[in-house]
Ligand binder design. Structure first.
Ligand SMILES: Nc1nc2c(ncn2[C@@H]2O[C@H](COP(=O)(O)OP(=O)(O)O)[C@@H](O)[C@H]2O)c(=O)[nH]1
Ligand SMILES: [Mg+2]
Length: 169
C-alpha cells in the first residue's frame, strides 16, 4: 500500500478527479473523516501487480494551511499530486505555496506529479510557467486531466506507480 497526498486549492476538482478515477478503475471505498480528510483507496494494475494506493484528499478548510496540517499529514508519503485548475491561472500561481506547505514531499524519494485539472474547459494557463515549475520543484511528470472528458483518468495512478518503482530501484 502506497500513501499519496493530494494538494491544491479548493474548488479545482481534486475530489471529483479521485471519485472518477475510483469508479472507472475498481470497486473501492471512500471514508469521510470529521477532520476533513477523505481517504480514497485506488487500485491499479502495473507490471502484473495489483498496486493499492491510499490517497489522502484534504478538505478545503483554509485554516488548515496555518495549522501545519499538510506538513503533518504528508509525512511518510510515497507520492504527491500537486493540482491546479487549467482554466484558472490564479490556481497555477499557488503551486509554489503548496510545495512549501508539504515540505516532506520535497524529498527526491517522493514521486511528484503536477496535475492540471479541468482540461475540458478553455485554458487560462501559462505553458512556460508550468515547465518552469516542473523543473524548479522537480516534478517527475506533468499531466492534464478532465473528470468530464475523462482525459488521462486511467493514467494518473499508473504513472504514479511507474515513478514510485523507478525511484525505489
Ligand atoms: N469542467 C469541469 N469541472 C470540474 C472538473 N472537475 C471538477 N469540476 C467541478 O469543479 C467543482 C469543484 O470540484 P471538487 O472536486 O469539489 O474540487 P476540490 O475542492 O478541489 O476537491 C465542482 O463543481 C465540480 O463539478 C472537470 O474536470 N471539468
Ligand atoms: Mg475536495
Amino acid at each position: 500500500m502506497y500513501k499519496i497526498v493530494v494538494l491544491g486549492e479548493g474548488g479545482i476538482g481534486k475530489t471529483t478527479l479521485l471519485e472518477v478515477i475510483r469508479k472507472n478503475v475498481m470497486d473501492l471505498r471512500t471514508v469521510q473523516m470529521t477532520i476533513g480528510v477523505q481517504f480514497h483507496e485506488i487500485q491499479v494494475e502495473y507490471e502484473d501487480e495489483n498496486i493499492i494506493f491510499q490517497v489522502w484528499d484534504f478538505g478545503g478548510q483554509p485554516q488548515f494551511k496555518k495549522m501545519g496540517v499538510f506538513d503533518k499529514f504528508s509525512q511518510g508519503s510515497d507520492g504527491a499530486l500537486f493540482c491546479f485548475d487549467l482554466s484558472d491561472y490564479e490556481t497555477l500561481l499557488t503551486i509554489p505555496d503548496w510545495v512549501e506547505l508539504a515540505p516532506y514531499c520535497k524529498s527526491e524519494n517522493v514521486a511528484k506529479i503536477l496535475i492540471g485539472t479541468k482540461a475540458d474547459l478553455d485554458e487560462d494557463t501559462d505553458e512556460n510557467l508550468i515547465q518552469e515549475y516542473v523543473e524548479k520543484f522537480k516534478f517527475h511528470h506533468f499531466m492534464r486531466t478532465s473528470s468530464i472528458s475523462k482525459q488521462n483518468i486511467n493514467n494518473v495512478f499508473v504513472k504514479m506507480a511507474e515513478i514510485i518503482f523507478s525511484l525505489k530501484k
